[in-house]
Ligand binder design. Structure first.
Ligand code: GLP
Length: 252
């Protein structure tokens, strides 16, 4: 366990970020990580494409969704389960029962969230992959989410629904209004965290997360409370950072 602080890896572009994220991920599994938390979104599509190209043999790796929409049908290809199944499980031959979602728990959403939290508390993930929202969200922990928040049902911010509209035919009105997300405290329980940020849209939230105050107005700032978190950022996303190799540690 190191001192709190976020190691930053700056790379040139999206392809280099995908490459480095895969290096980190594959090295973690080679080093014994068996429970991997997976994020979805446009940032991770190139990461998972590169992972599929490398096709490591992950015979005993279990995957855990970071979050999932509520209100989609079981067979909706836009659900995060189906997205990870397509992008990760199929190319790596990981059977469906090794991809875990809160919606596996056959009960109402509130109880499913509680059950998923209990499962993750009993055995935290070894490595959690994260993206960052345009408003600084982690998973679907929108600005204002408490640092001690657990897995729960949340309402999506209008900006998040607009950001995710491209996955829904550009109609933000079709983006679900609710989701289940791991909480910030759940995320911080991961042994190791790798956040990937690419593109100019992430420059402002990333700079605020790494150099502004640690508070719930900027959910991603809580990474600085973790002992083993790192950020992989391309040049566009790192544009507003004061080129640190290691962001300043900040006391909680
Ligand atoms: C989404 C997801 C997050 C994701 C983030 C960034 O809404 N809930 O897990 O990391 O927002 O998404 P993108 O990579 O598409 O910018």
């Amino acid at each position: 366990m190191g001192a709190p602080g976020v190691a930053t890896h700056f790379v040139a572009d999206v392809a280099a970020a995908a490459d480095l994220a895969c290096d980190l991920l594959i090295a973690a599994v080679a080093g014994g990580a068996r429970r991997v938390g997976v994020a979805t979104g446009s940032t991770f599509a190139p990461v998972y494409r590169e992972l599929a190209r490398r096709a490591p043999s992950w015979d005993d790796v279990e995957l855990f969704l970071l979050d999932e929409y509520l209100g989609l049908t079981d067979d909706d290809p836009r659900s995060f389960r189906h997205t990870i199944a397509r992008q990760v499980c199929e190319p790596l031959s990981i059977p469906p029962h090794r991809l875990h979602s809160p919606l596996d728990l056959a009960c109402d959403a509130e109880n499913a969230a509680g059950g998923y939290e209990a499962m993750l508390a009993a055995a935290p993930v070894d490595l959690q992959l994260l993206g960052i929202g345009g408003n600084g969200h982690l998973g679907f922990n929108e600005p204002g989410a408490p640092v001690d928040s657990l897995t729960r049902v949340v309402a999506l911010a209008p900006r998040t629904r607009a950001d995710n509209a491209p996955f829904f035919g550009d109609h933000s009105g079709d983006v679900p209004e609710q989701a289940i997300t791991q909480g910030l405290a759940t995320i911080l329980r991961a042994r190791r965290i790798v956040l990937v940020a690419t593109g100019a849209r992430k420059a402002e939230p990333l700079a605020r997360a790494l150099t502004g105050p640690v508070d719930s107005a900027m959910p991603a700032s809580v990474l600085r409370l973790h002992a083993d978190a790192c950020v992989v950022a391309d040049a566009d996303a790192a544009r507003l950072l004061p080129s640190p190799r290691l962001a300043e540690p900040i006391a909680p």
